[in-house]
Design a protein around this ligand. Structure first.
Ligand SMILES: [Cu+2]
Length: 70
């Protein structure tokens, strides 16, 4: 069963940043959907909790160069 989490992400300033986050997180195994808004500073991820967790998703966003609020 898929779960959905919305993360507060800072550092996204345009649509290019949104696409970078979508590409980075979307490449993770277990992630089925990613939506990103630089205006809302939010990234919403649909994922399979048997394959990946929130911490791994947050880490991938940080590796891409953006900051995830705890
Ligand atoms: Cu940008």
């Amino acid at each position: 069963v898929a779960e959905q989490v919305t993360l507060k992400v800072t550092g996204m300033t345009c649509g290019g940043c949104e696409n970078a986050v979508k590409r980075a997180v979307g490449s993770l195994k277990g992630v089925s959907d990613v939506r990103a808004s630089h205006q809302a500073n939010e990234v919403t991820v649909t994922y399979d909790p048997a394959l990946i967790d929130r911490a791994a998703i947050a880490q991938r966003i940080e590796t891409a160069g953006y900051r995830v609020a705890a």
